[in-house]
Design a protein around this ligand. Structure first.
Ligand SMILES: [Mn+2]
Length: 319
């Protein structure tokens, strides 16, 4: 039997099902989980959704986004990790995953290393939401509605950079077209999930970008978010999302790096690249991972040493 059909059959057979997102949740993991949640609930299943980190204000636009982490039962018949190929990326919710009788993973990360009973990884797919859409169709197409279609669309929209990243395929657009059939408001979703900016986010963007530093003949751009930026603008770590893309969009910049201060000696690192530079190769040097053009890692130490190390690692790929 086809893997996806097998997973659909397991979901049909089981009742208590946990859906688990990755930490630093993005639109794909949240949209994928919410779409499955909507469909499973509609079919009378006792589904619950979990994420170790808070859902961003933008993603709270999505139907059922207020249902996260409300029913932390310890035992589930099945748990599905969505858009998450690493136990560590589940944060504290790995406990929920571990406690389930059957473990399932639906993902598109190349570096998937999660041990499960059933795994469906499609690294060529632009988003996990596309795989989830196929899974829902295999499970029960009649359960799709505006809520689940909205969640799938949000996942696709965010992970494809509004249908602009290279992994976007004809099939991505076909699925999006299908979703219109359920009455989604694509323009409203795009505004609320991606474009909408709070003033504090605008202030953070302005501040951080004005300090952007360039290296290697302007081929590497580095932007940093410090704790004092969050304090002084009122913005949160979630408001940094997407800002690094402005650096990546600069003509001639092949590697854009964003550092977010966790505390004085710990930084979260987001890396965006242009072809042919592989972002996951840079993140991999420091124990991180991700995709070809978007990856991340964590680095500890003095900020200037961290910048030096990252610029060196990126520069090695820019010869
Ligand atoms: Mn994804």
């Amino acid at each position: 039997m086809d893997k996806l059909k097998k997973i659909a059959a397991v979901l049909a057979e089981k009742n208590k099902i946990a859906l688990i997102c990755h930490i630093n949740p993005d639109g794909d993991t949240v949209g994928s989980a919410l779409a499955l949640y909507a469909v499973l609930r509609k079919k009378g299943k006792s589904a619950d959704i979990f994420c170790a980190d808070a859902i961003s204000e933008k993603l709270k636009y999505l139907p059922f986004s207020d249902r996260f982490n409300i029913n932390r039962e310890r035992r589930y018949d099945a748990a599905v990790a969505v858009d998450c190929g690493d136990r560590g990326r589940m944060g504290v919710m790995a406990e929920v995953f571990d406690s389930a009788d059957i473990k399932i993973c639906v993902d598109h990360h190349k570096s998937n290393g999660l041990t499960c009973d059933y795994t469906r990884v499609e690294p060529e797919k632009a988003s996990t939401a596309e795989i989830v859409y196929a899974l829902i169709k295999a499970f029960d197409e009649s359960a799709l509605d505006k809520d689940s279609a909205t969640a799938v669309y949000a996942g696709i929209l965010t992970d494809t950079g509004m249908f602009s990243y290279p992994a976007t395929a004809a099939e991505t657009h076909r699925i999006a077209a299908d979703l219109y059939g359920f009455g989604i408001d694509a323009s409203d979703i795009a505004y609320n999930v991606l474009k909408k900016t709070a003033k504090k986010g605008f202030l953070l963007t302005h501040r951080a970008l004005s300090r952007t530093r360039f290296f290697n003949g302007d081929r590497i751009g580095v932007v940093a978010f410090f704790l004092r930026d969050f304090e002084e603008t009122g913005a949160g770590a979630g408001d940094t999302e997407g800002i690094v893309n402005s650096v990546q969009n600069i003509d001639g910049v092949y590697v854009a790096i964003a550092l977010t201060e966790i505390d004085a000696t710990h930084y979260r690192v987001s890396i965006r690249t242009k072809d042919p530079v592989d972002a996951s190769d840079i993140a991999g040097v420091f124990g991180g991972g991700g995709h070809r053009l978007a990856a991340g890692c964590r680095l500890d130490g003095d900020i200037e040493d961290i910048v030096d190390k990252l610029v060196k690692a990126a520069g090695d790929l820019l010869v």
